[in-house]
Design a protein around this ligand. Structure first.
Ligand code: C5P
Length: 283
């Protein structure tokens, strides 16, 4: 049986800005994305069953799963009719967390299918297929440090950001992305990031400049029931983080550290207080 296993890395938003609401209901974004070592493992195996089957831990492996949607989009775009497919996802990235876990699984599925069935397909074509699956999928295909614009699918790869250790903590609640977008009135937004300054800091390799500009405009529209995000931010600062922010539409909070001993101690303390706490780093 032909099979491929690939890592699906989680992402953080070093910055997240919302520029305008579009006619199609989506928002034009400006986000600087960074992948981290925390990853799922996605195995795609060709079968003769005539079905697409997906195992994804506690998450439904039905047609709502982004990895299944990615497989369908790949077959639609290429005209390939598969015998059958099994997608096995070993989940580590928490779901509904603002870390693009589902999008990254979809991206890994697309890369696996290209490897198995269309090794000559250009990255650009694969990103085009990915954009039909979800706004974050094209970035997840590319990874590293990148500026994402438009819906999130227009990408400019950047020089890798200066390295940081990352403390991640997902609060006990979930924040549905469409509900948070619905709270956005673009003309009233405050707490917006300095995207140009962040791009310049990354270009210079200036770690202090990067840490100083970590910001997510979604934090300014969080309803009061999600104030736990701010409690975790404050706790991470107390524990020595140089910069803290929510990632994506949340609710996961990340803290950046340069000193490994400090982040390891912070991880040990925070993991006692919050079950879903992770120690990782930029990749
Ligand atoms: O593209 P994706 O399916 O990931 O988007 C989920 C939802 O998030 C969309 O239906 C839309 O409500 C919102 N969204 C948005 N603007 C974006 C990305 C997502 O309004 N740039």
């Amino acid at each position: 049986m032909k099979r491929v296993t690939l890592p699906a890395y989680a992402k953080l938003n070093l910055t997240l800005d919302i520029l305008r609401k579009r006619e199609d209901g989506y928002h034009d974004m400006q986000m600087i994305m960074q992948s981290v070592e925390l990853h799922d493992d996605v195995t795609v195996a060709m079968t003769e069953s005539g079905e697409v089957v997906c195992h994804c831990g506690d998450i439904p492996g039905d047609e709502s799963n982004l990895a299944v949607k990615a497989a369908r989009a790949f077959f639609d775009a290429t005209g390939i009719v598969p015998g059958g497919l099994v997608i096995d996802i070993e989940k580590r990235i928490p779901a509904q967390a603002g870390m693009a876990g589902g999008s990254s699984d979809a991206a890994a599925t697309l890369r696996a299918l290209r490897k198995l069935l269309r090794p000559d397909m250009l990255g650009e074509e694969l990103e085009h297929i990915g954009a039909r699956v979800g706004s974050d999928v094209p970035y997840c295909l590319r990874g590293g440090t990148a500026l994402a614009e438009g819906r999130g699918e227009r990408l400019t790869s950047l020089r890798p950001a200066p390295p940081f250790h990352v403390l991640l903590c997902k609060p006990e609640f979930d924040i549905p992305t469409p509900a948070l977008f619905a709270r956005v009135r673009v003309s009233e937004l405050w707490g917006r990031p300095d995207t140009a300054g962040m791009l310049a800091a990354i270009h210079r390799g200036d770690a202090d400049g990067v840490a100083a500009r970590i910001k997510n405009v979604f934090e300014s529209v969080l309803p009061p029931e999600f104030a736990g995000v701010f409690d975790i931010k404050a706790r991470m600062r107390q524990l020595g983080a140089e910069a803290v922010a929510m990632t994506g539409s949340g609710p996961t909070v990340f803290g950046l550290f340069r000193d490994y001993a400090l982040v390891r101690d912070a991880y040990i303390i925070l993991a006692e207080e919050h079950e879903r706490t992770y120690l990782t780093q930029f990749v």
